[in-house]
Design a binder for this molecule. Structure first.
Ligand code: PLP
Length: 437
């Protein structure tokens, strides 16, 4: 047995823990046994992670977009422990509870007006599965089962389950491994890069002709609004989102927006779709929803979508996870939203944007750097070649920062509570890394 104690561990204990982990425990997108052992973390407080040997690192990743308020936050801790004393979990079939209702009220109020119905999922991937299922069930119930395909854009990421993988970027998503089992959807080219870029008329025309050509078989259009996350950390202009909303309306196609990464202020607006002043028919939330505390996600839809599904042959939405609407997760999600709204989060995100913009701009000059881009609380350095993950991670750690690059991308999405000093520190680490690319 490996004894886990709080605080510092002896070098022998650390070694044993790392070795067992590397030999037996799978990590995201990793071989088994691990090629590079993972770093043991023993605690986290504010924006800092404490490693087993006592090293402190500023978390430049917010634990993959999630920990927007930092770690060990008193208000979030209180929400979990307060609910824990009442009930940790209860099945959601036939039962409901105040934490679920309170969270649903908040989300329905905060999301765009037509989104009025909510499904609680247990991860982002499942929320996207549910969104796809909603769209397919909707068209079946309209007597149009031939409307069963989705249109998406290349460069997207929507989760790792099979339904989701089929709408992820075919190259990054490694479609070739699963080509015989993935549903065949339609892929438009990636939206042209640049939040402020002038709309590319040729691209808009291409979207239009794709939709027109396939409208009879399209159930929905699915994409991430404004920021494509794990598919390439690309930012695009709101005009494309508006154009897709219009095309969807014209052809009666459902627009599904995956806001799992963009939601809760990360891009500078509360929702990515706010940049384009549009509303989707179906919206997925996750990641920062619980402030990084527990796994929970949600799929919202309009009254019309819900009515369509329910009036169909099945009469029900065919989904129901065991841990649906988990009370602990729901309680902490509501607390996280309240905390976000109680602070000047726009100011915080603007500060992150300003510090990263000024701190990273000069990295553009390095020969190994293909692009530098910042939007909201997201900073990206794109290298010309795939980066050496281990070397970059090590260099970041030498600077006291936790970063986890992938492919050609070295990027940060810091907790909103970072001070300017901490943000400068993150930017300095990224700059130093850029010099080595
Ligand atoms: C992370 C992510 C998902 C998947 O969420 P999980 O909770 O990891 O299953 C789906 N869509 C987007 C846009 C994401 O960033």
């Amino acid at each position: 047995m490996i004894e886990l104690r709080l605080g510092r561990m002896s070098p022998a204990e650390i070694e044993r823990l790392r070795a067992f982990d590397a030999e037996h425990i799978w990590h995201p997108y990793a071989p088994m046994p691990a090629a590079v052992p993972a770093e043991p973390v023993v605690s986290a407080e504010g924006v800092r992670l404490t490693l087993a040997d006592g090293t402190e690192l500023i978390d430049g990743m917010s634990s993959w977009w999630a920990a927007i308020h930092g770690y060990n936050h008193p208000a979030l801790n209180a929400a979990v422990t307060g609910q824990l004393g009442k009930m940790a979990h209860v099945m959601f079939g036939g039962l409901t509870h105040p934490p679920a209702v309170r969270l649903a009220e908040r989300l329905i109020e905060l999301t765009p007006e037509p989104l009025n119905k909510i499904f609680f999922a247990d991860s982002g991937s499942v929320a996207v599965e549910v969104a796809i299922k909603m769209a397919l069930q909707y068209w079946r119930s309209q007597g149009r089962p031939e409307r069963h395909r989705l249109l998406t854009v290349r460069g997207g990421y929507h989760g790792d389950t099979f339904g989701d993988m089929a709408v992820c970027d075919p190259v990054n998503g490694m479609h070739q491994i699963f080509s015989d089992v993935l549903a065949r959807h339609l892929f438009a080219p990636p939206p042209p890069l640049g939040y402020l870029a002038e709309p590319d008329e040729a691209y808009l025309a291409e979207l239009k002709s794709l939709v027109e050509k396939h409208s009879g078989e399209l159930a929905g259009i699915i994409l991430e609004p404004i920021v494509q996350g794990a598919g390439g950390m690309r930012f695009y202009a709101p005009e494309y989102l508006r154009a897709l909303r219009e095309l969807a309306d014209e052809h009666g196609i459902l627009l599904i927006l995956d806001e799992i990464a963009t939601g809760f202020g990360r891009t500078g607006e509360l929702w990515g779709c706010d940049h384009a002043e549009i509303a989707p028919d179906i919206m997925c939330l996750g990641k920062a929803m619980t402030g990084g505390y527990l796994t929970m996600a949600a799929t919202l839809c309009t009254d019309e979508v819900a009515h369509g599904i329910t009036s169909g042959e099945a009469g029900v939405l065919m989904h129901g996870p065991t841990y649906m609407a988990n009370p602990l997760a729901a309680a902490v999600a509501t607390a996280s939203i309240d905390l976000l709204l109680s602070r000047d989060w726009r100011d915080e995100v603007d500060t992150i944007e300003a510090v990263l913009t000024s701190g990273l701009e000069a990295a553009r000059e390095f020969p190994g750097v293909a692009d530098v881009r910042v939007l909201g609380a997201i900073g990206v350095i794109e290298a010309r070649e795939a980066v050496d993950v281990e070397a970059v991670q090590k260099l970041a750690m030498d600077h006291g920062i936790w970063l986890r690059p992938f492919g050609k991308l070295v990027y940060t999405m810091p907790p909103y509570i970072c001070t300017e000093d901490e943000l400068n520190h993150i930017a300095d680490a990224l700059y130093a890394i850029a010099e080595t690319l």
